[in-house]
Design a protein around this ligand. Structure first.
Ligand code: SAM
Length: 300
């Protein structure tokens, strides 16, 4: 926190901005400072209002806002906030939770037009989806960009739980790679195939509706396996090892507490996978987080 003589002098109503030469800190009016590089804070740097006390209470997917179920009775206030401030929102749903093998959201219609189909834009791609029929989380956008930036040209990639193609399409848009994308939900694969076309991708994609743990037994020679089904605890290490080339990589996601993540890291290590990276993608509950882990297959 910026302070002078122990007093906070930052005006939190404005954003901290920068240009090529300087970082500009918005100071509370009247702050005395012995510096010649002081300038007026432009009004365009004012932060957008957020619903007080409810930040992070909803996700925006395309022109749909999805409010997470809450016990404090403030749902209606959040609906009004969204309807009044986020102009491009067409539909608002209340999310009663994600369930089942397909990880579908139980959505209650609250406001606007009850049409669950939308096109979400992130990282320069467009993802078409029906939010009632296939799972998608906008909170992994940065993670998808990180993985995409680490992928090398001509990699062979297995996306084991592809959903509508959020990882697959981001990577294929940025790199010339071959991808095998698997999902047990036919609606997810339908969306993925549509997204391949919408985004004008040229690389080779094989999209299959199947149980990944059965299908992986037929797959060999992968440079990278992406496993983003973070609430599932199932792992078949032999199948992953057999599907990967030596030195191939695994990008594994899990929602768990600190001990659970440490156990997972040890389990991979004991199975001959070297930990390369571990980072928190986002918080999930008071005790657990969504964690990204990366491993390299090292043993013969
Ligand atoms: N990776 C996608 C993303 O980030 O948008 C989707 C993640 S979603 C949490 C998990 C996906 O795994 C769902 O689309 C679900 O249908 C799929 N799934 C769950 N169990 C599966 C299995 N045994 N085989 C193939 N897909 C499965």
């Amino acid at each position: 926190m910026a302070s002078i003589s122990g007093k906070n002098v930052l005006d939190n109503n404005y954003r901290i901005v920068h240009d090529e030469d300087y970082v500009y800190f918005p100071l509370i009016e009247g702050t005395e400072i012995n510096d010649e590089t002081v300038s007026m804070v432009p009004e365009e740097n004012r932060r957008k209002p957020s619903p007080k006390g409810h930040s992070g209470a909803f996700d925006v997917i395309g022109d749909i806002a999805i409010i997470r179920e809450r016990k404090d009775g403030n749902t209606q206030k959040i609906v009004e906030f969204i309807a009044n401030t986020i102009k491009h929102i067409r539909t608002i749903y209340l999310d009663h939770g994600v369930t089942g093998e397909f990880r579908l959201r139980d959505l209650e219609f609250l406001h606007g037009d009850d049409n669950p189909e939308t096109i979400h834009r992130e990282n320069g791609i467009s993802l078409w989806m029906n939010v009632k029929k296939a799972y998608f989380s906008p909170r992994l956008a940065t993670e998808r960009m990180i993985i995409s930036s680490r992928v090398k040209e001509n990699e062979k990639i297995l996306d084991m739980f592809s959903g509508v193609g959020s990882f697959t399409i981001t990577i294929m848009k940025n790199r010339n790679v071959d991808v095998v994308a698997l999902d047990i939900n036919p609606e997810a694969i339908k969306a993925l195939e549509k997204n391949y076309i919408i985004n004008k991708i040229n690389g080779k994609l094989s999209a299959r509706i199947c149980d990944s743990w059965s299908e992986i037994k037929n797959i060999r020679g992968m440079d990278r396996i992406i496993m983003n089904n973070p609430t599932s605890r199932k792992i078949d290490f032999d199948s992953i090892r057999n599907a990967l080339k030596k030195n191939g990589l695994v990008n594994f996601y899990e929602i768990n507490d600190v001990e659970g993540i440490a156990e997972r890291m040890s389990a991979f290590t004991n199975e001959g996978f070297m930990p390369i990276d571990k980072r928190i993608v986002h918080g999930y509950s008071k005790t657990s987080s969504m964690v990204a882990m990366e491993f390299r297959r090292v043993e013969e």
